[in-house]
Design a binder for this molecule. Structure first.
Ligand SMILES: Nc1ncnc2c1ncn2[C@@H]1O[C@H](COP(=O)(O)OP(=O)(O)O)[C@@H](O)[C@H]1O
Ligand SMILES: [Mg+2]
Length: 215
């Protein structure tokens, strides 16, 4: 698929903000905002049980929806194995990103990229590292998220699937809330339940589940 197709298919909130689908992403934004009554929820991770369920698409559109509400948004691509946010937003990912930030302790301001959407910044995944799980588990990741929280109104994090690698559970432990994207289907419904159980067992705060491409 060409970059352009990826972009126009993925970013309905940017290309067609008045559509019914964009309204769904806005209601997800509202749900995230009001999911925690005590303290403001600042870091939200988007995941799913399996690949291809729509995590990255959901993360990008929710990030745009927040930016459209005049929030300063940072979208972090923490899928260090199969990153796509730099494709969706047509950004650079060859030299630096989350992987190099964690390995080299870079300052956040030096490595985030401004997008064509006002108020929306992306920290792309960066070159694929040797040990992605270890990087995500490091104290540097915790420190980077603290920096991001201080500088942005909301931080949206795209991640790998829960059932294939341990990365998502690691990141879930460091974030305020988790949204589980579910593409309906017999096998998928079952793995979604397992993913939910794994997240809860790992002490993650699951805000809710989103059905992607449901009728
Ligand atoms: N709601 C949707 N409508 C149309 N296409 C979608 C939708 N959600 C995802 N896709 C497409 O499905 C593919 C996989 O989505 P993606 O968000 O990359 O999944 P994941 O990050 O879970 O692997 C992409 O080509 C994406 O453009
Ligand atoms: Mg993805």
């Amino acid at each position: 698929m060409s970059r352009l197709m990826h972009r126009s298919r993925s970013l309905v909130t940017e290309n067609n903000p008045k559509s019914a689908v964009s309204e769904i992403y806005r209601s997800l934004r509202t749900k995230i905002t009001f999911s925690n009554r005590d303290t403001a929820l600042k870091t939200v991770m988007i995941t799913s049980a399996l690949p291809g369920e729509g995590k990255s698409t959901t993360a990008a559109n929710v990030a745009v929806a927040y930016a459209q509400a005049n929030k300063r948004v940072l979208l972090i691509d923490a899928d260090l194995r199969t990153p796509v946010q730099h494709h969706i937003f047509e950004l650079n990912n060859d030299r630096y990103g989350l992987s190099t930030a964690l390995a080299k302790h870079s300052e956040l301001d030096a490595i985030i990229q401004q997008t064509r959407v006002e108020n929306l910044y992306v920290l792309s995944a960066g070159p694929e590292p040797n040990g992605p799980s270890e990087l995500l588990e490091s104290p540097e990741m915790t420190a980077l998220l603290e920096q991001a929280k201080a500088r942005f109104d909301i931080v949206i994090i795209d991640t790998p699937p829960v059932m294939t690698v341990t990365d998502a559970l690691i990141v879930a432990n460091k974030t305020d809330g988790v949204v589980l994207v579910v593409k309906p289907g017999k096998v998928k419904n079952d793995t979604a339940a397992k993913a939910m159980a794994a997240l809860e067992y790992g002490q993650a705060t699951v805000i809710g589940a989103v059905l992607n491409r449901a009728r």
